[in-house]
Design a protein around this ligand. Structure first.
Ligand code: SF4
Ligand code: SF4
Length: 251
């Protein structure tokens, strides 16, 4: 016999001065292989067309449908209701600006953070559109790709205690991103350039290391490893800078 699911969904429209944050309850008959994404679409089509939430691809690629599912950030399209109890509470991801109900503006946060960490290949080489591709060892290409799989869903940021308390903390997403550029031989940044970006309290030294980020990442990116590697590298660069011989004064 199918279950009757009870959804408690956060509702609030920050654009409407009369709107008050509250929870609405919806009942839905569970069907086989029902995802939260399908359930939310059914609720919107059959019960409340004003319900706001984000989605695009339905297959954990676009990163749009992140939300807090029974207290834990995750993707609605990747979550089957059969994995959850009959009562399901859905809240918007914290840290990001609320658009309405379950919809948040992750785009602005990621654009600002990517700009802050200069999230692109830095090179002095002139771009030649006719040049033959430079070869890269397979192992290195795979190691870069492993970190490149991030879909900017925001779950790691929403789960992070530091990011929830401090809006200047760049989060595991950005630290993973810098780890990816440090592997890439096409990026000509020096170790001190990287240190300036992530060797600070806003970067890897602000991380408390409790690893909620890795627990919730729907792409299972090895954030724990990257945080550890980056912390060691940045600690080493910092020490080198402290103990490097001082240049002699001229004259
Ligand atoms: S380990 Fe660091 S980045 Fe990850 S959730 Fe904790 S404080 Fe945030
Ligand atoms: S690292 Fe994982 S949880 Fe964080 S934004 Fe990327 S895919 Fe989402």
């Amino acid at each position: 016999m199918s279950r009757q699911l009870k959804f408690n969904i956060f509702r609030y429209n920050p654009q409407d001065p009369d709107s008050v944050p509250h929870t609405d309850t919806f009942l839905l008959e569970e069907t086989p292989s029902l995802t939260l994404f399908i359930a939310l679409n059914k609720i919107r089509e059959e019960q409340d067309p004003s319900l706001q939430f984000d989605f695009a691809c339905r297959m954990a690629i676009c990163g749009s449908c992140g939300m807090v599912i029974n207290g834990r950030p995750g993707l609605a399209c990747k979550t089957l209701t059969e994995e959850l109890p009959e009562e399901i509470t859905l809240m918007p991801l914290p840290v990001f600006e609320l658009v309405g109900d379950l919809s948040v503006d992750t785009g602005s946060w990621f654009r600002t953070t990517n700009t802050k960490i200069e999230s692109w290949i830095h090179t002095d080489k002139e771009f030649d559109p006719n040049a033959i591709e430079e070869r890269m060892e397979n192992d290195l290409a795979n190691a870069i790709f492993e970190l490149e799989r991030c879909i900017e869903c925001g779950c790691c940021v929403a789960a992070c205690g530091t990011a929830n308390m401090r809006d200047d903390f760049i989060g595991a997403f950005a630290l993973n991103r810098i780890a990816r550029f440090m592997l890439d031989p096409r990026d000509e940044r020096s170790e001190n350039d990287y240190f300036d970006v992530v060797g600070t309290d806003q970067g890897v030294f602000g991380c408390m290391g409790l690893l909620a980020c890795e627990d919730v990442c729907p792409r299972e990116i090895p954030l724990q490893d990257q945080l550890g590697i980056l912390r060691r590298k940045m600690g080493f660069i910092g020490l080198k800078n402290i103990f490097k011989p001082k240049a002699k004064a001229v004259g």
